[in-house]
Design a protein around this ligand. Structure first.
Ligand SMILES: Nc1ncnc2c1ncn2[C@@H]1O[C@H](COP(=O)(O)OP(=O)(O)O)[C@@H](O)[C@H]1O
Ligand SMILES: [Mg+2]
Length: 244
């Protein structure tokens, strides 16, 4: 019936002669969380950057909400929320100013941006530090601001590159709650992680990416069953070792 919110078909990407992604196809439906699980260098960031319109693939096609990311990058950008590994905050701006600025970039009027920023500060639990410069925030607080910035314009598709990397358990749990809420609201979420436990907690479907190739795909329960392993770390290693 309706198309998936996110579709990648036969995506390959080369950096010079190095093949970072090799014929990857996957899709994510609305209300679904898809976790890209893979070791460092697997190609996770490359894939998420292609989908975020930040990088053109060497070959293949990708669509977000039926929009071709290569043909209509501007339209795609307004409908996705992106948290990339290297996302930075302007240290001199406060979280409130950061959100206002980004909402303005998404085309909201000054007044609407002001209102939406205030709503986002409340919704994402940023009120207690809303008016402090970002430079003074903890790592966990900064990550919440980045995530709020990615979500403030209410995008239908979320692309989150290692959203909890470097966070303590409490901060990570806060991010997990936001992902779960987005899913409950019918958003499509594509996130990357190298943490099997996190992926089991959050994701409906997991794709194991290694050496630029999608080695296995399914729910964690299915991957566990197919591998005949029980411990999550072993399940993960099974797919890296047996198909490489
Ligand atoms: N700009 C680049 N130029 C050359 N090689 C790159 C570049 N970006 C990434 N790579 C290489 O591509 C591979 C995949 O990288 P990346 O997508 O960042 O993986 P991951 O996010 O899974 O760690 C790695 O081997 C990395 O060294
Ligand atoms: Mg990465």
């Amino acid at each position: 019936m309706n198309r998936p919110a996110v579709e990648l078909r036969h995506i390959s990407h080369r950096y010079g002669s190095f093949l970072a992604l090799d014929d990857v196809s996957l899709s994510v439906r609305a209300g679904q969380v898809y976790g890209l699980l893979g070791p460092n260098g697997a190609g996770k960031t490359t894939l998420l950057r292609i989908l975020s319109t930040l990088l053109r693939p060497t070959s293949g096609s990708a669509w977000v909400l039926g929009l071709d990311v290569q043909a209509e990058p501007e339209a795609v950008r307004h409908r996705i929320g992106v948290l990339t590994a290297g996302s930075g905050l302007y240290d001199r701006l406060t979280p409130r100013e950061t959100l206002r600025y980004f909402l303005r970039l998404h085309g909201l009027s000054r007044r609407d941006a002001e209102d939406r920023a205030a709503a986002a500060l409340a919704r994402f639990g940023l009120e207690s530090f809303a008016d402090r410069p970002c430079a003074s925030l903890s790592t966990g607080q900064r990550q919440r601001v980045l995530l709020a910035r990615a979500l403030a314009h209410d995008p239908e598709v979320l692309i989150l590159d290692e959203p909890t990397s470097g966070l303590d358990v409490v901060a990570a749990r806060g991010i997990h709650a936001l992902v779960a809420e987005a899913r409950a609201c019918g958003r499509a979420v594509l996130l990357s992680s190298h943490d099997m436990l996190e992926v089991e907690l959050l994701c409906d479907t997991v794709g194991i990416l290694d050496g630029g190739r999608l080695r296995a795909e399914g729910s964690v329960a299915e991957l566990r069953q197919r591998s005949g392993r029980d411990k999550l770390a072993e399940v993960f290693l099974h797919y890296l070792e047996t198909t490489a």
